[in-house]
Structure formats: structure tokens, C-alpha cells
Design a binder for this molecule. Structure first.
Ligand SMILES: *Cc1c(COP(=O)(O)O)cnc(C)c1O
Length: 423
């Protein structure tokens, strides 16, 4: 079932016309389908039958409180990468025990906040972090439950900027150095080693890298146990791909079948940290055409969403489908770039697309924008952050309103030595 579809020639999110939302909240805006979010969650959670496993939503993909709450209601934990994300997860009602704290550079203050809040597991990524965490835990008089994230050196065959499991990436501890790190962790009195973690990349469309990585980490777990460590948990990370264009990402069932097979008999509880897979296809970005500018070599459709709203096209060379909100059956298409108003040549949403004729005031929808969209937005060019709306059947709610320009300006201060502005 598609949660974003044309009905009577108009693109809807479930039972709500995107044009109706645009009239109410203005453009650009992000729209999430609660039904699509729930379906993605169930696709994962309902396939875990008989596995000793938990799903911690990697909230950096979309940290909207409403989205986290929706997953939390269905039993999700959270995978966080900062104190701010921890506060969001707690504010959305995720129990601290179900929070996993990942990240390559956690500050002592952040580790302290996590221990005070009682987060369930901290995934440590370096020897230096082991020492820092041990010291912080000692000061607080607690024992920190940790895994060590290892870097299994496999090629996830995804975009270079979202590959994380190669030797040359900054993430995790080289699998060849992992035993030393575990030995150090074992000597530190305020750490409690509970397992091993990995996360090899994002937007993976093949299961082979997972299989290779799990096989390597499995061998490591056997060695670590022989070294005397207690390894009860294996955190597999996230990374499953979604459909942007014509990708064929593996089904959750196939993914879990591989995990089941490769971890069979290992006796580890499993943690999954899906991000993109749970939210990516459940969100769209809606924008209005400002003007159409015919050029010598190509036509530019200038829309009111830009790279500050959705940076993926220019940052990752990502391809997002763009569709008119009002269908134009039979209309001849024309080739164009869909670009924003920002003063950067890299400010585009799509290049060389064949779209039906568009003119000022028409609405377009950017598909599969639910992951790494709104969370990566900035207010570059003093453009207010695009609001976020959640649709559920025929209901909708603005879950983050667009800030006014006054609100944006009032967050700043003049240095006292500058002449006051005459009003
Ligand atoms: C980003 C990240 C995830 C989620 O990745 P997706 O590709 O969005 O599933 C999971 N775990 C860790 C440690 C991450 O950094």
C-alpha cells in the first residue's frame, strides 16, 4: 500500500490532499505519514518472532518528537548520538533503559548526562573514550554498561560519505585491535562490558556486506569469550536501504534471515538500529514553484525549497523523485533542473528531469524525504526551517511550526560595544 498517492488527480498523504496542507501551513513543508511509519515499524518488529532482539530507532534519521513518540508507542528503543538526541528521546517517552548511545566523539559532559539519565548501553568507539567513560562513571559511582563498536573492514558498497565500516573510516575500533580494547575495558573498574557493536554504513542495498561483517564479528566474539569476556549482546547497527529511484533494497525478512543464520547458536541478544528504513519513504517535502526560467542549455524550475531544506542531492549526489502535486495526464514533458533560490550553484533538488509543464504557483512533491531531510536542514540565507506535519488517516497536525523571522532574529544579541540601532 502506498501512503502517498494520487487521488482524483491530486497527490495525497493518506486521506489528506497535500494542496490542502500547503494552503494551511505554507510551503515548503515536510509531511510524514503515520501509517507509513507504522507499516515500516511493523515490517521490522513483526519479523523478529522468536529472536531475542530489540529495535532501537536511530533517531538521527528523523528526530521529530512526534516521530519518536509514534515509534515509542509501539515499543521502540532509541539509538542516539548526542546529549540533545538523548533529551529528545526522553522527552518523547522512550525509557532510558532502551536507549543506546552511539557516536565517535562523545564529550565527558555528554557521557555524564547519559549515565545520570540511566541509558541502557553506551557503544564505545576508542580506547580514549573507554578511559574517559571509566573516569566519569567512577565520579558518579556507577558502572557503565558498554559495548565496543568494532570496524569490521567491509565495503558496504554505498556512497563514500555514508560508508562507515572500512579501515579508512573514523568509526569503531579496527577489528584487528579489538581484543586489546576489550582487554583494556576489562581492566577498567567502572565499565561493564556487555557486548560488541557494529554499523557498517547507510543505504545498503545488498546483504553481502552484512553477512561478511557478521561473520567477522562472530569470530571475534568467540575469541573474546576465550579471552574471558562476557559477551551477551551483539548490536548489528542499522543501514538498510530504501527506494529513491529504482533500487531494490533487501526485504526485512531476508535481512533478518541472514542475521538469524549467521548468529545462530551464538547466544547473543541482538540490537538493531534502523534509521532510514523506518522513516525515509514515510516523508515528503512539498514545495511551490516560484518561477520558471528558460535558459539556453536547460530550463530551471525555481522552487521555494532549497538545499538548506534538503541537502541530500548536493551532499550525497542523491536522487529524489519529484512529482507534480496535481497530476497532468497526457501532458508533454520538458527537461528541467529543479533548483532552490539559494546563492549556490550546488543548490538543486534534481537535475535533468522530464516533468510535465510547471508554472508559478504549482506544487511539487519531493519523495522519500523522511530520512536525513528535516534533521539536516539549516537556516542558510536566513530561510526559516520548513515546518513538519504528520498525517494520520484524515487527521493532520503541525508537529513543528515554521519559526517567524522575528523569532529567528530574537535568538541573537548585539555586542554591547556596538552603537544601538536607532528605531
Ligand atoms: C546512522 C546510524 C544508524 C542508522 O543508519 P541508517 O542508515 O539510517 O539505518 C545506526 N547506527 C549508528 C551507530 C549510526 O551512526
Amino acid at each position: 500500500m502506498s501512503f502517498f498517492a494520487y487521488r482524483d488527480g491530486e497527490m495525497h498523504a493518506e486521506g489528506v490532499a497535500l494542496s490542502a496542507l500547503a494552503a494551511q501551513v505554507g510551503t515548503p513543508f515536510y509531511c510524514y505519514s503515520a501509517g507509513a511509519l507504522r507499516a515500516a515499524w511493523h515490517d521490522f518488529a513483526d519479523n523478529l518472532d522468536g529472536m531475542n532482539a530489540e529495535v532501537c530507532y536511530a533517531m538521527k534519521a528523523n528526530s521529530s518528537l512526534a516521530v519518536i513518540r509514534l515509534f515509542g508507542e509501539m515499543g521502540a528503543g532509541a539509538d542516539i548520538v548526542s546529549e540533545g538526541e538523548m533529551r529528545r528521546a526522553l522527552a518523547a517517552g522512550i525509557p532510558a533503559k532502551r536507549i543506546v548511545y552511539s557516536g565517535v566523539g562523545k564529550k565527558a559532559s555528554e557521557l555524564g548526562a547519559a549515565l545520570k539519565a540511566g541509558v541502557g548501553q553506551i557503544n564505545v568507539e576508542s580506547a580514549a573514550e573507554l578511559e574517559t567513560l571509566n573516569a566519569v562513571a567512577g565520579q558518579l559511582g556507577v558502572k557503565a554498561a558498554i559495548t565496543i563498536r568494532v570496524n569490521p573492514d567491509v565495503d558496504a558498497k554505498t556512497h563514500a560519505k555514508i560508508t562507515t565500516g572500512r579501515k579508512e573510516n573514523k568509526f569503531g575500533i579496527d577489528i584487528d585491535l579489538a581484543r586489546e580494547a576489550f582487554a583494556l575495558a576489562g581492566r577498567l573498574p567502572h565499565l561493564q562490558v556487555v557486548g560488541v557493536a557494529m554499523h557498517i554504513g547507510s543505504q545498503l542495498t545488498s546483504l553481502d556486506p552484512y553477512r561478511d561483517a557478521i561473520v567477522r564479528v562472530r569470530e571475534l566474539i568467540v575469541q573474546l569469550r576465550a579471552d574471558g569476556h562476557r559477551i551477551d549482546r551483539f548490536d548489528i547497527g542499522g543501514g538498510l536501504g530504501i527506494v529513491y529511484a529504482d533500487e531494490t533494497p533487501p526485504s526485512i525478512a531476508d535481512f533478518l534471515a541472514v542475521v538469524r543464520r549467521e548468529t545462530d547458536g551464538l547466544g547473543c541478544a541482538l540490537t538493531f538500529e534502523p534509521g532510514r528504513r523506518l522513516v525515509g519513504e514515510a516523508g515528503v517535502l512539498v514545495s511551490e514553484v516560484i518561477l520558471v526560467k528558460p535558459g539556453v542549455s536547460k530550463t530551471f524550475v525555481i522552487v521555494d525549497a532549497a538545499m538548506n531544506d534538503l541537502i541530500r542531492p548536493t551532499l550525497y549526489e542523491a536522487w529524489h523523485e519529484i512529482q507534480p502535486v496535481r497530476q497532468r495526464p497526457g501532458a508533454a514533458t520538458f527537461r528541467c533542473d529543479i533548483v532552490g533560490p539559494i546563492c549556490e550553484s550546488g543548490d538543486f533538488l534534481a537535475q535533468d528531469r522530464d516533468l510535465p509543464p510547471l508554472s508559478a504557483g504549482d506544487l511539487v512533491v519531493v519523495r522519500s524525504a523522511g530520512a536525513y531531510g528535516a534533521v539536516m536542514a539549516s537556516s542558510y540565507n536566513s530561510r526559516p526551517l520548513a515546518p513538519e506535519v504528520m498525517v494520520d488517516g484524515t487527521r493532520f497536525a503541525v508537529t513543528r511550526p515554521r519559526p517567524s523571522i522575528e523569532e529567528m532574529l530574537s535568538a541573537e544579541r548585539f555586542p554591547p560595544w556596538l552603537e544601538p540601532v536607532k528605531t
